[in-house]
Design a protein. Sequence first.
Length: 166
Amino acid sequence: EFETTARGAEKRLKKLIAKPSVLNNYDFILIDTPATYSVYSQASLLASDYYIVPIAPDVFSALGYDLLQKALKKDLVLEDHKLINLGIIFTLTSKSKDEREKVTKNVKRNNIQESFEKEERFNKTLYEHERIRTGKLENFIYDMTSTKDNIVEITNELLQKLGEVK
């Protein structure tokens, strides 16, 4: 329904979030969008002050990030919107996967845009946990306790970045 509504539908989310009943009840609102650049991501970016791009440490994700940055520069809906890129969070990282680790350390060597320079990357990454990816739904919450500390570290880094931007 959202995709087939009248022009300007991408502004709906921003208007909804701007309501006092929403703004007064939340310190942060995190919006997770599909990995493709669409009206959903456009609406989310228009409703946001900042954005973070979680990507897997592989060449295809790096290319996707590069394409996203180019799309944002050309987006007429967002051209007057001040949106701050807080950086990249590498996800699905694993110390046992040497090749993926090389991508996170040497992305620039792959001649992918300079946007992967260290200052735009979160220092913390979200580690892959095979048990979560292949486990049973009834164990899902229990299995997620293995990521709790990792998520707290990323959250602390996010709060630090927000403090530096303000």
